[in-house]
Each structure stands twice: as structure tokens, then as C-alpha cells.
Design a protein around this ligand. Structure first.
Ligand code: FAD
Length: 177
């Protein structure tokens, strides 16, 4: 978290799960939402006299599904792009809660505004959701990938994580029936 590599997995997961960073200096302790903590590549809201004391991970309700995926040039390498998802569906596959984020695409992990998809039937809006994630990204360009390639990966990865979380939600539903 302190290092704030744009491609790192833990920062993206903390943003998507709505977690916080607990910071402490000699004089004070403060809490910053993970979504507000990252300023850009290798840069955070942490002041020079502060250390990260803890990461606070909210406990999701038991019927919440999660999924993560990333694309790397080599196994174990830094991600060119990553996506994470936290999802809750009702019995008719309508989205009751959704949190979605991208890592490695912009200079910091970002949450995507998906409010317009809440209440919608997931199978019917999956393509629109992936297109929305891809269109709303402001991808960076570097030695590993062009901005347009990252934009394309963003859509692909969002589709994959939402499909994975959907499959997980269906399995959970069958287990309790
Ligand atoms: C070959 C390779 C592959 C890697 N692949 C990945 C990958 O796929 N995904 C991924 O996420 N990471 C990856 N990493 C990054 C690796 O996880 C980093 O080492 C890590 O992000 C930084 O932690 P550190 O312990 O190495 O560094 P440190 O040097 O311990 O810390 C990094 C910075 O944070 C500061 N810091 C440490 N702790 C605190 C604290 N509590 N409060 C405030 N500041 C603090 C340090 O002063 C330093 O400036 C990879 C690294 C290598 C070398």
C-alpha cells in the first residue's frame, strides 16, 4: 500500500471492498478511504511523518461474491491490467450490490461508477457493463502496453470477473437450497 505501484493487487482489492488505511504520526491517527489514498503512481496521501498502521477490510455479508483477474506478460509478473469485483445478486440475478475496480490501467487503482447498473438483471447488462468500464477508463501508456490495449483489456477483464462472481453467486445459491 505504501509503495503504491499502480499494478499491485492489494491496493485494488482494498479499493473495491471499500476498505481504509489507518495512518499514524507522533501527533495523530487518521483513517483514509482506500479510494482516496492513492494520488498517482508511487504517490499516496500519506504524509512524511506518518506510517501505515493497519489496513481495514470491511467484512462483506456472507452472500457476497468476489472475483479477481489480471493479465501479465509472464506468470508472476506485474499486471498490465487487473480487475476486481464484489457482487450481490437477488434470486432473479438482479444486481443488488456491485463494486468494480481496475488496477494497472491508470496510474492508481480506480473504482468504476456502476450505480446505473444496480437493480438490473446481470446477464442482460454484462456487455454494457464491460463497455462502460472500458469507456470510462483513462488508460496510461508505457513500455508494456499502449493506452488503447489497456482500454481493451479493461473491458475483457471486467467481463471475466463479473462472470466469475456470477458463477460463484449461483453456486452459493444452489448450496443453500
Ligand atoms: C520481481 C518482482 C515481482 C513483483 N510482482 C508483484 C506483483 O505481481 N504484484 C504486486 O503487488 N507486487 C509485486 N512486486 C512488488 C513487491 O510486492 C514489492 O516488494 C512491495 O510492493 C513493496 O514492499 P517491500 O516490502 O518490497 O518494500 P519496502 O521497501 O519494505 O516498502 C516499500 C516502501 O514503502 C515504505 N513502507 C513500508 N512499510 C510502511 C509502513 N507501514 N508505513 C509507511 N511506509 C511504509 C518503505 O519505506 C518503502 O518506501 C514485485 C516485486 C518484484 C521484485
Amino acid at each position: 500500500m505504501a509503495h503504491a505501484d499502480p499494478s499491485a493487487e492489494i491496493p485494488l482489492c482494498l479499493v473495491v471492498t471499500g476498505g481504509s488505511v489507518l495512518l499514524r504520526s507522533r501527533k495523530r491517527e487518521r483513517r483514509v478511504k482506500a479510494a482516496d489514498f492513492f494520488v498517482g503512481a508511487l504517490t499516496t496521501e500519506r504524509q512524511p511523518d506518518e506510517i501505515i498502521l493497519a489496513l481495514e477490510w470491511p467484512r462483506a455479508p456472507a452472500d457476497t461474491s468476489h472475483a479477481f483477474d489480471e493479465i501479465t506478460q509472464r506468470h508472476g509478473d506485474f499486471a498490465i491490467a487487473a480487475a476486481a469485483c464484489q457482487l450481490k445478486l437477488d434470486r432473479c440475478d438482479r444486481i443488488t450490490a456491485l463494486s468494480l475496480g481496475l488496477g494497472g490501467v491508470e496510474s492508481r487503482p480506480v473504482a468504476i461508477d456502476v450505480s446505473r447498473f444496480i437493480g438490473q438483471p446481470l446477464p442482460e447488462i454484462l456487455s454494457a457493463l464491460a463497455d462502460h468500464a472500458s469507456a470510462s477508463a483513462d488508460p496510461m501508456e508505457d513500455h508494456a502496453a499502449s493506452a488503447e490495449f489497456r482500454r481493451s483489456l479493461a473491458g475483457t477483464l471486467v467481463r471475466r470477473v463479473v462472470e466469475k462472481a456470477h458463477a460463484d453467486a449461483r453456486t452459493r445459491r444452489e448450496l443453500v437450497q
